[in-house]
Design a protein around this ligand. Structure first.
Ligand SMILES: [Zn+2]
Ligand SMILES: [Zn+2]
Length: 197
């Protein structure tokens, strides 16, 4: 990453609205992740090389996005709804991928390192700057499921659900006995229709 941690945090604060422990974790995760998969300039020359999966939709996610420039709307940011403070950084050219998860022990470290600071959040902010990567994160090499239908760029396919009549992009349909269905019509979704307006 070309920018310093402080420069990245300024960007994070702009996007996220405040500076918090999640911004520090996300920014440091992004710096480490990009270094390990050899993506040097994710917001510039290397912007087409990087895909990131985040495993939570909280503060950290905004920081990863601000630091690296990945965006849901560009398909460079993917959300897996696991509720974990973790992310996977993937270099599409080399296919190298690392998954980085914040360790719960880091909180205890924060309390031990800065007992004089009364506020827990302040303690975390200080500690998450000072702690070494090995104290903050668990890191593993992984292989990601990523195929043509997941790539950025124009939609690879478009079909229509026989049940609701809505269009479905990029192979997200279900084929049931020769009939094309969207996922919510096939198996229920996050909403149920109550009435037409
Ligand atoms: Zn926050
Ligand atoms: Zn449907």
């Amino acid at each position: 990453m070309r920018q310093s941690l402080d420069e990245i945090l300024t960007e994070c604060e702009k996007l996220h609205g405040h500076l918090c422990a999640g911004q520090l974790l996300g920014a440091r995760m992004a710096i480490l992740g990009c270094r390990l998969i050899e993506v040097e300039d994710p917001r510039g020359a290397d912007r087409k090389k990087l895909i990131v999966w985040v495993e939570i939709d909280r503060c950290m996610t905004d920081a990863v996005s601000a630091a690296t420039g990945v965006r849901l709307g560009r398909r460079s940011l993917k959300h897996a709804d696991y509720g974990k403070v973790a992310a996977t950084f993937f270099n599409v050219e080399t296919e190298r991928a690392v998954r980085i998860a914040a360790m719960d022990e880091a909180r205890a470290f924060a309390d031990k390192l800065f007992p004089a600071i009364e506020n827990r959040k302040e303690r975390q902010l200080c500690a998450y700057r000072e702690l070494r990567d090995e104290e903050l994160f668990k890191v593993e090499m992984v292989k990601v499921r990523y195929d043509e239908m997941d790539r950025p760029g124009s939609p690879r396919s478009r079909v229509t659900c026989i049940e609701c009549g809505e269009g479905i992009n990029d192979g997200r349909e279900i084929n049931r006995e020769g009939h094309v269905l969207c996922r919510p019509c096939n198996n229920g979704g996050y909403y149920t229709r109550t009435a037409d307006i």
